[in-house]
Design a protein around this ligand. Structure first.
Ligand code: B12
Length: 212
């Protein structure tokens, strides 16, 4: 079992996007639990990749190849989760706020949430407060996840929370925020429900927030 988990982790960290499907399939054939593949191999490998990126050991291209590799691996495991886990999890809207085009981190968070069985509606980048509010009304998600990578766009997150309050929607949706310049103190200050430093923390928050 450990051998298969290590092989998947190494493949994601090494960006072996062409081989990963076979490696994951071999693990499944050997009876490795799909949840272990997601949590102990795919997500755990991306934690390593995230740390290596943060410390300057690897750069954006390597990180993207690892993310694609993880997604390819996830595609093999996901159908096996449909019908059990994915039905019991909640709905999450993910978006990068207005004025901000950075989406690598948001996409990673989206992939991890999907891997953990959430239904994720990814609205993309540069989302105005108005559009976000419209989508919250339409989709009625359990969680709204906002990403910002620029200090100049962080105030948009505050505006979203304020608008949720003024339109009487605040108690119906949990708000989680993230992105490199965002931290716990900021999240508390703007009245968000939680801050996640990475995709694994985003999954933890979404799990906590969508317990019904
Ligand atoms: C890649 C990149 C770009 C790419 C973006 C490509 C893309 N499709 O995303 C391009 C080249 C387009 C770009 C453009 C710009 N960029 Co830029 N960019 C970066 C860079 C190098 C990496 C960002 C990244 O992808 N990180 C990796 C991901 C995985 O990390 P992450 O986003 O933080 O996400 C993780 C966590 O934060 C968390 N997370 C993220 N979102 C969420 C959401 C929730 C809900 C939760 C819980 C968690 C969570 O989980 C993620 C996974 O672990 C950073 C520098 C850096 N080292 O951060 C600069 C950086 C963010 N950019 C910067 C700047 C200034 C710009 C530009 C203004 C440059 C210019 N003059 O044109 C433009 C702005 C464009 C715009 N309007 O948005 C500055 C911002 C400075 C500041 N104080 O605001 C930085 C810090 C570079 C620097 N040191 O100056 N950029």
């Amino acid at each position: 079992m450990a051998g298969h988990i290590d092989a998947i982790r190494d493949a994601v960290i090494g960006g072996k996007h062409g081989d990963i499907k076979t490696i994951v399939q071999e693990a499944l054939n050997a009876g490795v639990d799909p949840n272990a593949i997601i949590n102990d191999a795919l997500i755990s490998a991306m934690d390593v990749v995230g740390k290596d990126f943060g410390s300057g050991k690897i750069f954006v291209p390597e990180m993207l190849v690892s993310a694609v590799t993880m997604k390819n691996g996830l595609d093999v495991v996901k159908p096996l989760l449909a019908g059990n886990e994915s039905r019991s999890r909640g709905t999450v809207i993910m978006a990068t706020v207005q004025g901000d085009l950075h989406d690598i981190g948001k996409n990673l968070v989206t992939m991890m949430l999907e891997g953990a069985g959430f239904k994720v509606i990814d609205l993309g980048v540069d989302l105005s407060v108005e559009r976000l509010l419209d989508k919250v009304k339409e989709i009625k998600p359990d969680v709204l996840g906002l990403s910002a990578l620029l200090t100049t766009t962080m105030p948009e997150m505050k505006k979203v929370v304020e608008e949720l309050v003024s339109q009487g929607l605040r108690k119906h949706v949990k708000v989680m925020v993230g992105g490199a310049p965002v931290d716990r103190v900021f999240a508390e200050k703007i009245g968000a429900d939680g801050f996640g430093a990475n995709a694994a923390e985003a999954v933890e928050l979404a799990r906590r927030f969508s317990v019904k």
